[in-house]
Design a protein. Structure first.
Length: 444
């Protein structure tokens, strides 16, 4: 069986790994437009500072990434975040510590007393009975109140999806909270029930020594595929029962093809095959986001935590700041400090259009306003993602279900990656592994 996997992000690599582990007799070709695998998971080292172009790790509250690490023999690459990383901040009118327990929550000045009472009233909000997707804002206003939503849920959505609560489907982006409501009648009730079941400790943020890029590079070395790095696939055409894959001078037949690229890239290569399929793929929108990293050999700021997120109402030019060298000390040389500033998203998409100097200036302004840091950095890193994170707008689940139902008319053609059913590394790994299982099943 000859399989082409297009896109060597974490999703495509996971599919390639498990497929070849379970069917070593298969011939698997991996195509990646960039010269290195990893997609948005890439680490750049500049003068001893390590900057992640995208995510900096995964949470251990789900088993998928840890299992992939173990299955690929990379346990010794694992790097847990420092205990300091549990301390998080939100910037509204000033920096506030994010309360993690009921006691500190009662004392927080992030929201008013009436808002705290409204939130406690969640216990008495009836379960939603209407069908169809809600935005996170609709869900939040209904269950926990406007003020809580506009502070906590707004900051959280900026941090995870680079979007805003009114633009994201709660069902697609936060399925767990919807399940808590549906299965237990509410969030408090659901969380209590889950806590009783899961007696063990919650998850922590985990990364890799040398940055996430070291794990992605490790995957390349342990996947016995035929590699086509730096080769962008331009077209997938039907041929008999299978497909032809075209990439530059490469033009060969495959029994099946897995497209694990961003949805808009998939649309482009599939348009000659089926314009409707391409249209459905192109309909999945992305949020633009820029990552600006700074390193200082000396900086007089405690950076005693994970970092900070901002709220829309704070009116700041940045979404948040990750205090990288506090989370994973190996990201900066001994005694030095580093941060990454996130900006743009659905909140301020126009900011991502700036040139590099503009992005740096905006990020420094954000640091000045939130952390009081004005010192010129010794090292700077800039990564612009014009289409960084799939938006999962309202109706996303219905759109994706219809897309996959439509795909049924193309046996041997599969879609993978973060555009459809989860963006976190754990989701991409789970979906990538399940896709490999489906491929193995379909060849039986
Ligand atoms: C700024 C940022 C921060 C994030 N932070 C976190 C985090 O902290 N934790 C977390 O769990 N997740 C995080 N994420 C999300 C997570 O990293 C991504 O969802 C995940 O890495 C996506 O993997 P993927 O394989 O679906 O896609 P991608 O990584 O996008 O890979 C797709 C690949 O397809 C390739 N490709 C495109 N077109 C073609 C073509 N024509 N031919 C061949 N190859 C092609 C691309 O070059 C790319 O390498 C973050 C994402 C971003 C952008």
């Amino acid at each position: 069986m000859r399989t082409a996997i297009i896109g060597a992000g974490i999703g495509g690599l996971t599919t390639a790994f498990y497929l070849l582990r379970d069917r070593p007799e298969d011939e698997v070709h991996v195509f990646e437009a960039e010269p290195i695998p990893g997609g948005t998971m890439r680490t750049d080292t500049i003068d001893g500072f390590r900057f992640e172009a995208g995510g900096n790790g995964f949470l251990t509250n789900k088993p998928d990434s840890l299992k992939l690490v173990e299955d690929t023999g990379a346990n010794d690459l694992l790097l847990p975040s420092s205990d300091l990383a549990r301390k998080r901040y939100i910037f509204t009118d000033r920096l506030h510590r994010l309360p993690e327990a009921p006691g500190p929550f009662l004392g927080t000045k992030l929201i008013s007393w009436p808002a705290k009472l409204r939130m406690a009233g969640e216990l008495f909000v009836p379960k939603r009975t209407e069908k169809g997707e809600e935005t996170l804002q609709e869900f939040g206003y209904r269950r926990v109140g406007k003020e809580f939503t506009d502070v906590f849920l707004d900051a959280m959505t900026a941090g995870i999806y680079a979007t805003t609560p009114d633009k994201v489907s709660v069902n697609a982006a936060f399925p767990l909270v919807v399940r808590l409501e549906q299965e237990h009648g509410g969030l408090f009730r659901g969380m209590l029930a889950r806590r009783k079941k899961q007696a063990g400790p919650g998850g922590i943020l985990m990364s890799f020594k040398g940055g996430v890029g070291s794990f992605l590079e490790h995957l390349r070395t342990v996947i016995p595929a035929q590699w086509h790095l730096g080769e962008a696939v331009t077209e997938i055409a039907r041929e008999g029962e299978g497909y032809r894959v075209r990439a530059g001078d490469f033009d060969e037949p495959f029994d099946r093809v897995v497209v694990s690229t961003q949805a808009h890239a998939a649309a482009q290569m599939l348009r000659p095959l089926d314009t409707e399929l391409a249209g459905r793929l192109a309909d999945i929108e992305y949020s633009p986001v820029a990552v600006v990293g700074f390193g200082w050999r000396e900086l007089d700021h405690p950076m005693d935590g994970f970092g900070l997120l901002t709220t829309t109402s704070a009116g700041l030019p940045i979404l948040g700041v990750l205090w990288d060298s506090s989370i994973f000390p190996d990201r900066a040389p001994e005694g030095a400090k580093s941060v990454r500033v996130m900006l743009g998203g659905q909140r301020n998409p126009e900011l991502v259009d700036q040139d590099e100097a503009g992005l740096i200036a905006t990020a420094r302004e954000g640091l000045r306003l939130t952390m009081g840091v004005d010192k010129a950095p010794d090292v700077t890193f800039v990564q612009r993602w014009d289409r960084g994170i799939p938006s999962y707008r309202r109706g996303h689940i219905a759109r994706v279900d219809a897309l996959f139902a439509y795909l049924q008319r193309y046996p041997g053609l599969y879609l993978g990656g973060n555009a459809y059913r989860g963006i976190a590394m754990n989701d991409c790994v789970r979906n990538g592994r399940e896709l490999a299982e489906q491929l193995a099943q379909d060849s039986a």
